[in-house]
Design a protein around this ligand. Structure first.
Ligand SMILES: Cc1cc2nc3c(=O)[nH]c(=O)nc-3n(C[C@H](O)[C@H](O)[C@H](O)COP(=O)(O)OP(=O)(O)OC[C@H]3O[C@@H](n4cnc5c(N)ncnc54)[C@H](O)[C@@H]3O)c2cc1C
Length: 323
């Protein structure tokens, strides 16, 4: 029987798995078909693809700055250079914030951590039970047992799975995770020179020019268009029935706001991130119940960014080793 069953292969799950593996047996399960969670990279072919969720890292804390520096040295992360434009105040540039991206894709940190760890994809945990000091875990396609269980899913998903076992006020917190509609777009080569665009539009919040990340050379342009949270919150529940409609809304906004001339569209894809991120931190960084061996860590303990998932996983690890 494994010591730790970890649910989720995003930054939180892969970080805690990597910390625990040195002294214990761990196994990571994820319901998705790739690793990285909300930092997923959608491959088009070979190394050509789109950062589908997380766009870049901009480290804030000293610990995370140190960590990312190490990953730059190890060629897991790199700087995303170029012109990052604001389309609101007479096209000003964002020179203030350092922008880090995965060398091959933004799921790179998770991939790096999971190289020495057993993990299984396409495995959704649907029920948890505790019998005689052991976790009995029901997945859609199997059952497994584990001494300890660690969840890293978004707030509502973690709550649904584990609220019966959580003894603190954790799930009494109000954590509102905003939604986001993301369009992946491939067009003819354009005359664009910018790496990204922030806007103050009500519908389209951000555009990334994937070619500027210098991961590939290609004779077509790849773009990621992300809605504002306000627009995402209103439309993410309905987008599946009207994919073309929402794709066109975001593309038309993109053309109008940037004035980039698009002659031909080769590929589009739309995804609704129901639980994209939450803006406010709660008063704890992670949850650990040593008696029953239940841990929870995730970005939503600390706020809207990947860094908070990493901090939460490190906090949980500190609690576990103080057992
Ligand atoms: C569109 C978008 C843009 C973003 N942009 C940025 C940005 O620019 N900068 C930034 O710092 N952050 C950004 N974020 C936030 C960032 O992606 C997250 O903070 C971070 O990826 C969260 O990592 P996590 O490991 O805590 O959770 P997740 O990455 O969500 O990982 C949880 C994993 O658990 C799996 N899972 C859930 N339930 C189950 C289950 N029942 N069984 C099995 N597996 C399950 C999921 O499939 C998922 O892989 C963005 C997020 C989105 C969606």
């Amino acid at each position: 029987m494994i010591d730790y069953c970890i649910i989720g292969s995003g930054i939180s799950g892969s970080t805690i798995a990597n910390l625990l593996r040195k002294k214990s047996t761990v196994h990571v399960f994820d319901k998705a078909k790739g690793v990285g969670g909300r930092s997923s990279f959608k491959r088009y072919k070979n190394n050509i693809g789109f950062d589908h969720g997380l766009q870049y890292l901009s480290p804030k804390t000293i610990e995370f700055k140190k960590f990312t520096k190490k990953l730059i040295k190890q060629k897991v992360l790199k700087k995303w250079n170029g012109e990052h434009k604001f389309l609101n105040n007479n096209v000003k540039q964002d020179k203030k914030h350092i922008k880090l991206i995965g060398v091959k894709g933004n799921n790179e940190i998770s991939k790096h951590f999971l190289t020495k760890i057993n993990y299984t994809l396409n495995s959704e945990l649907i029920g948890i039970r505790r019998d005689k000091g052991i976790w009995n875990l029901t997945f859609k396609d199997k059952k497994i047992q584990s001494k300890n269980l660690i969840l890293t899913a978004p707030f509502l998903q973690s709550k649904k799975l584990s609220q019966k076992f959580v003894k603190t006020q954790l799930f009494k917190n109000k954590v509102k995770m905003n939604s986001n509609l993301t369009v992946l777009l491939m067009t003819n080569r354009t005359n664009n020179k910018a790496s990204s665009f922030f806007t103050n539009d009500e519908t389209l919040g951000w555009v990334s020019y994937e070619n500027s990340k210098r991961r590939f050379k290609y004779n077509k342009d790849l773009w990621v268009l992300q809605s504002t949270f306000k627009y995402g919150d209103k439309h993410t529940d309905n987008y599946r029935n009207k994919r073309k409609y929402y794709i066109n809304i975001l593309i038309n906004k993109f053309k109008k706001l940037t004035d980039i001339k698009i002659k031909k569209i080769y590929f589009t894809h739309i995804h609704g991130w129901k639980y994209s991120s939450n803006s406010k931190a709660i008063n704890v960084k992670s949850y650990w119940d040593k008696k029953c061996g239940l841990g929870i860590c995730a970005d939503w303990f600390g706020g809207p960014r990947l860094e908070n998932g990493w901090l939460s996983a490190n906090d949980l690890y500190d609690k576990i080793i103080k057992r």
